[in-house]
Design a protein. Sequence first.
Lengths: 240, 240
Amino acid sequence: MAGARPVSLLRLSTYGELSPADEWLVKQLKPRTMPAGSRLSALESGDVPPCILLSGWAARVRALPDGRRQIVHLLLPGDSIGLGASPWAGDRLAVVALTPVIVVDAEPVRDAIRAASPEHGGLVEACRRAAWCEQVYFLNAIVRLGQQTAYERLAHLLLELHTRLDCVGLVSPKGFQLPVTQDVVAHALGLSLVHLSRTLRQMRNEGAIALQPGRVQLLKPDILAAAANFPHTASWSEAG
Amino acid sequence: MAGARPVSLLRLSTYGELSPADEWLVKQLKPRTMPAGSRLSALESGDVPPCILLSGWAARVRALPDGRRQIVHLLLPGDSIGLGASPWAGDRLAVVALTPVIVVDAEPVRDAIRAASPEHGGLVEACRRAAWCEQVYFLNAIVRLGQQTAYERLAHLLLELHTRLDCVGLVSPKGFQLPVTQDVVAHALGLSLVHLSRTLRQMRNEGAIALQPGRVQLLKPDILAAAANFPHTASWSEAG
DNA sequence: CGATCAGTTGAAGGCTATCAAAGACTGTGG
DNA sequence: CCACAGTCTTTGATAGCCTTCAACTGATCG
């Protein structure tokens, strides 16, 4: 049954057909569990060890010398690291597990990409598109941080998370899991923890969202979309 | 003499040796002049027409439906558009000329990239590295917009511009040309025009910079670097 | 039960935006 | 040469968003 497919395949197959050989290759990858706070990517070396996130959340982070830090990008189940077709600068950022995570070592996938293996054409193309979509989220972050208010930023991020989790089947009618602290969301949005908390309260008071511990539900996505004000999807075909 | 080399070659050769065939190919490209305000990239089509900027400034811009707009990246002489090895999401942003510009149509270069032409290996590699560096500037922008104050953002951008213009020989002891209005800089930094003007004044009062119409000089780069607080270079070899 | 952590709320202040108007600079036409 | 309009820049005053500091709640855990 379809439910048995790992989240990595669910995600990659949204970008195109995967051959049986592709699916076999991905299913062979060996999962590994790592605790929250561990570094998934050590950036000192020249080559980033590629991996795919199967469960849990991680983040690409950049720290300033004085202690400030910006979460540049949130990594959700199904997202991959180091599988871009050509060197991609985002892969040089430190990656930190925000929750306990399960990752698979994706070295064989990268080998297929580098060899431009003809029998894995679908897989290679899917990885290329996945990397492209991640770049779109980076661009969205620039506009979000540069032009939008706290309320708008939060609405935009919630919609982005909803979209991304939905395509790997992690959204239910009761919302989706948000397994990180408000501190993490604040750092992703360039806001203080206190102000994020207030903005969340405002959305709750308006009935736009509902919060339970570790979980969020978008009750009025139309209100959020109107506030977010610019496209949150990273469709492969569109210009964005 | 070396001064006869076009800025496109100056820029690309900072990323590695170019063969005589590479130089010949780039020198063959035909320059075209376009007025300020013209769109260098129409994003509706699937393929971005690749080009290299020889003189003048341009910007990758994203507009919000309500009129706000963010300058995502400034393009300086020597920068290229659409010459990444693999599709790069930044190339889907609208590109607008901020000043009158001279560009060359770089279709032959892209052909060499796509063909992975062995006789243009140096050129292909240089383009790859140039695209990589542009991505680093996008990442820098995220941290700048998310974590830094107006003064810090401005210091950081000025240092970045200095670095980038220096490597194509456009920095003199008397500073470098800044051929755009404060409005443009403000939109790149996510600040209001008025506040940018005040921040510039503050830097002038401190003797950190000197402004003449269309030109800026960094008098105390150490002060600016201390304020900017995180690396502004996009060195190919470093992790950033 | 004390301790720790995530979340919440209040109060005060600072950084930045907005509104408004006045000075520079440029190019044009009389 | 000057008047004039237009754009760019600067400055003042005011308001608002957001941050910081601080204290308090509630939950989890040894």
